[in-house]
Design a protein around this ligand. Structure first.
Ligand code: FAD
Ligand code: 2HG
Ligand code: ZN
Length: 509
């Protein structure tokens, strides 16, 4: 449904008169008005608009889930959610919002952990959930072209009968969108094997704030024709445009996958273990994930996966999940068993024991212990999440020091912080430091920040290894990026989005 130019002009004029202004930090943006809703109703069917404004007048609770993030930490006040079905509709919406200076928040599965997917004020939310079709799949090259709103799990299911997998996997796969994954440059559990989305995304279709459609939806593996613009949108968190289509390389399904959870008497053994495992498993190693004792206990407490037999966890300070993926089952099993034998038979064993999966159900259950930590933490309380890159050797120190720091501030007790835990992707140098409290309290935030950012900076680490900056860390970007880098980022933002309508208050202050 397209709108005529004269009708758009008339509505634009009347909407402009009715506008009220709200501050969004860097620029003045307008609130959505009834005239805007009138215009959106000409682009979209009424069933694709949720708005408390007339003539739609939805009950306000219909907007709640769009205005709050997954953790219940960040809350917006949007009056309007638009659910376009086509790229053309996204283009019409953005063109209008740009002319009217209305802030826009692209929203995928709303599983982001840094408050990037919800408004800061009352921006309009563009939900990609109705753009969920596979456009093309080539089982020979493995190139998949899909709408940005496709749920990651549904794409995994789509390529499975063709004996392929998605190059990315994460605990939120049942809800997150491929567009959201690209917008956050999500890492996840397969990065060690398949690399980041900067490598596996071949092309993107993006609607820019002025409504123009940047069609870079190529399926080419090689294309060195000038600047690779698509890379700018990977990890831009919706601040440069709305991703509407993704072309991505899917790897062949490994013929055999195994996993084992190793229990370690001391964190000090993690690094030598990683070296040994890399050397012995070489090409079949596909994941090396870390869970500290507190994270393990919470996963078990909240029913994520099946608890390991008690005898295998006694005296364990932490756990490592090792996954192998390869071409021949017997070969891979033999290699893994050889590894376990040599680890357990060593003079000074690095591990106490190992629990090896024996069936697909056990394989999933072992993974669930690791993947389920985030879910378990959310059932336990409110989580402060720091997703950081620091040297592997300092993972435990950072967790322990943070706990002691909170203790020294008198905040480690039942009414404030209950747990400080660490887990994450050892193979990627990425620690997830979680602080679980009864509630989000200013005194806890003040104790944690800038304390943690300073620790990260002292290691020349990253304050966001994979979750992004969102609304949570805009003030802290300088701990990981130089002034020159931040200035260049601002210039790039101004080129794409001179009026500052795209996801205001996110990434850049
Ligand atoms: P949303 O949360 O909706 O949005 C995230 C950001 O992307 C926002 O800034 C939003 O504006 C922008 N955005 C979304 N869609 C578009 C689009 N089409 N165009 C432009 N911008 C867009 N993250 C990891 O990196 N690794 C993990 O292992 C991991 N595990 C997780 C496990 C759980 C249980 C949960 C809840 C989260 C996890 N996350 C992880 C975080 C989150 O799932 C990822 O960041 C994911 O990529 C977000 O996708 P989404 O569709 O939910 O995006
Ligand atoms: C993971 O690796 C995710 O499980 C989530 O990135 C981490 O919740 C977190 O802190
Ligand atoms: Zn992670």
């Amino acid at each position: 449904m397209l709108v005529s130019r004269s009708c758009a002009k008339r509505l634009l004029a009347s909407a402009g008169r009715a506008a009220r202004y709200s501050s969004t930090g860097t620029s003045q943006l307008n609130s959505v008005t009834e005239q805007d809703i009138e215009y959106f109703s000409k682009i979209l069917p009424k069933t694709s608009i949720i708005s408390t404004l007339a003539p739609i007048s939805s009950p306000s609770d219909e907007l709640n889930s769009f205005n709050s993030d997954w953790m219940g930490r960040f809350h917006g006040r949007s009056t309007t959610v638009l659910k376009p079905k086509t790229t053309r509709q996204v283009s019409e919406i953005l063109k209008w919002c740009n002319e009217r200076r209305i802030g826009v928040v692209p929203q995928g599965g709303n599983t982001g952990l840094v408050g990037g997917s919800v408004p800061v004020h009352d921006e309009v939310i563009i939900s990609l959930s109705n753009m969920n079709n596979v456009r093309n799949y080539d089982p020979v090259s493995g190139v998949l072209v899909a709408d940005a709103g496709c749920i990651l799990q549904s794409l995994t299911d789509y390529v499975a009968p063709h004996n392929h997998i998605m190059p990315i996997d994460l605990g939120a796969k049942g809800s997150c969108h491929i567009g959201g994954n690209v917008a956050t440059n999500a890492g996840g559990l397969r990065l060690l094997r398949y690399g980041s989305l900067h490598g596996s995304v071949l092309g993107l279709e993006v609607v820019l704030p002025d409504g123009s459609i940047l069609d870079q939806l190529t399926t080419l593996r090689k294309d060195n024709t000038g600047y690779d613009l698509k890379q700018l949108f990977i990890g831009a968190e919706g601040t440069l445009g709305v991703i509407t289509g993704v072309s991505i390389l899917t790897p062949p399904q490994p013929q055999a996958s195994n996993n084992v959870i190793l229990s370690l008497p001391s964190f000090d053994n993690v690094l030598p273990l990683y070296q040994t495992v890399k050397r012995q498993l070489s090409e079949i190693l596909s994941a090396f994930e870390f869970i500290d004792r507190t994270a393990y206990n919470l996963a078990v407490k909240h029913g994520q996966g099946r608890a390991l037999p008690e005898s295998e966890t006694v005296g364990a300070e932490c756990f490592i999940l090792v996954e192998t993926s390869g071409g021949r089952r017997e070969h891979d099993s033999e290699k893994l068993l050889d590894l376990l034998e040599s680890l357990l038979g060593a003079d000074k064993p690095l591990i106490n024991s190992g629990v090896l999966s024996q069936s697909p159900a056990e394989f999933s259950s072992l993974w669930a212990l690791r993947e389920g930590v985030t879910e378990a933490v959310s059932k336990e309380g409110k989580a402060y999440k720091y997703d950081i890159s620091v040297p592997l050797a300092s993972f435990k120190q950072v967790v322990d020091d943070t706990r002691e720091h909170l203790r020294s501030k008198g905040l480690l007790h039942d009414k404030a912080v209950k747990y400080v835990l660490g887990y994450g992707h050892v193979g990627d140098g990425n620690l997830h430091l979680n602080i679980v409290a009864d509630a989000y309290l200013p005194e806890i935030t003040d104790a944690l920040e800038p304390y943690i950012y300073e620790v990260v900076a002292s290691h020349r680490g990253s304050i966001s290894a994979e979750h992004g900056i969102g609304a949570m860390k805009t003030h802290a970007l300088h701990y990981s990026k130089s002034d020159v880098s931040i200035e260049l980022m601002k210039k790039i933002k101004a080129v794409f989005d001179p009026k500052g309508i795209m996801n205001p208050g996110k990434v850049l202050e």
